[in-house]
Design a protein around this ligand. Structure first.
Ligand SMILES: [Zn+2]
Length: 394
């Protein structure tokens, strides 16, 4: 029987090795030993364990780095282990079965009426949607519930201004209800922006230790990586960037503040800015600006300048070396980041902004479920269960 600390070390090492193969498919055992600093014997023992359990397989010989015997290459197994990710939206639940090797095996969009309980829709899918001939084999490692909400891990409460949890015990009862309904599973309740940010970090191979991911969606959310760690975990309870006020006398926001960034920059403000009637989206605005519509360009410049006010505060607090703009922001085209850079150089703290890289996300909206799977695997999954916690908030 191994002690708890021995188990923890083994878990950590198994995960390090698995993730090395994840980011460098076909790596040899010798290279793994060099990457991780583990001995060749330890690497052999641990990779044998991973191979026997169907996490890795040996694909045979690889290219020789020089003279001598070709090393054996390790690859990720597919089809053996999954994470089921449920994304909660206002009128639907998106269910994704994601293979831990990184591919989405199954996606269902489950429509939701205002009287439907999110928890029951997810429970029904888990019990009936994964059976039948489409059902994949393999083992389900856990469930992720991804919410467009602020999740408070201490009080186990959820706060959202974009969707209602009335059918699920409200913001104060939903986590307890999830815990009860899915007892017996390993569960993680995660914030959507944090999952999108984690996907960006992993799948676009971000090496900056300090970076910010800002997502324009229903509102504006941010996830901050400080010293490679996601600040506050995946629950958005430490950072509410969308509620930084850029106009103290501006309109009241449901959060209790005034002139919050996400309110001031919302798509709903576009018709007023353009002196038009009807609705207007970021996409339409970006499209008009691409063809040099002067009014559209002016509005994008205004949005960038206003956005930079909040961004300067964030930069002064955490000094990210990279800022990634995700979600709908990309529809605004290249003019938007260009103008933000200009504004930051004109009015930001020069020393903190001069080497800053600002870019759009390189992943689509579908990245969230991959980010959730990977976050769950990296932060919560245990190769050797310690028999304690199986319910994670953030
Ligand atoms: Zn607010």
């Amino acid at each position: 029987m191994k002690s708890v600390s021995q188990q923890l070390i083994r878990n950590t090492n198994l995960k390090r090795l698995y993730n090395c193969v994840f980011s460098e498919r076909g790596i040899s055992r010798a290279a793994l030993a060099r990457r991780t600093g583990l001995s060749r014997t330890a690497v052999s023992d641990l990779t044998d364990d991973l191979t026997q359990r169907g996490f890795l397989y040996d694909s045979g010989t690889g290219a020789s780095p020089g003279v001598g015997r070709n090393p054996n290459c390790l690859e990720l197994c597919q089809g053996n282990y999954y994470v089921l990710v449920f994304e909660w939206e206002k009128a639907a639940v998106q269910a994704h079965l994601v293979d831990i090797s990184g591919s989405c095996t199954l996606h269902r969009s489950i429509s939701r009426g205002s009287e439907d309980s999110y928890i029951e829709l997810c429970g029904d899918f888990l019990e009936s949607g994964l059976t039948g001939k489409e059902a994949p084999g393999g083992e389900l490692l856990g469930l992720c519930f991804v919410l467009p909400a602020m999740i408070d891990p201490e009080r186990e409460e959820v706060f959202s201004t974009t969707f209602s949890l009335e059918q699920d015990g409200g913001g104060q009862g939903v986590i307890a209800a999830l815990r009860k309904r899915f007892a017996g599973y390993t569960v993680a309740v995660l914030n959507d922006t944090a999952c999108a940010a984690y996907a960006e970090k992993i799948y676009t191979r971000i090496t900056e230790k300090d970076f910010a991911f800002i997502r324009f969606s229903q509102g504006i959310g941010a996830a901050l990586f400080v010293g490679e760690r996601l600040l506050g975990g995946a629950c958005a309870s430490h950072v509410q960037f969308g509620h930084v006020s850029i106009s103290p006398l501006g309109p009241p926001c449901p959060c209790g503040g005034r002139g919050c960034l996400e309110l001031m920059l919302a798509e709903e403000t576009l018709p007023g800015r353009l002196h038009r009637k009807g609705s207007f989206s970021y996409q339409e605005l970006g499209e008009a600006a691409r063809y040099r519509d002067a009014e559209a360009e002016r509005v994008i410049r205004d949005l960038a300048r206003e956005f930079s006010i909040a961004l300067s505060s964030l930069i002064c607090l955490t000094r990210p070396s990279l800022i990634v703009l995700g979600g709908n922001a990309r529809y605004l085209g290249e003019l938007f980041p260009e103008e933000i850079r200009k504004s930051l150089l004109e009015s930001g703290f020069r020393k903190m902004t001069e080497n800053l890289v600002l870019r759009y996300s390189r992943l689509g909206e579908g990245a969230c479920c991959y980010g959730a799977m990977k976050y769950f695997f990296d932060c919560h999954f245990q190769f050797l269960p310690d028999g304690k916690k199986t319910f994670f908030v953030g």
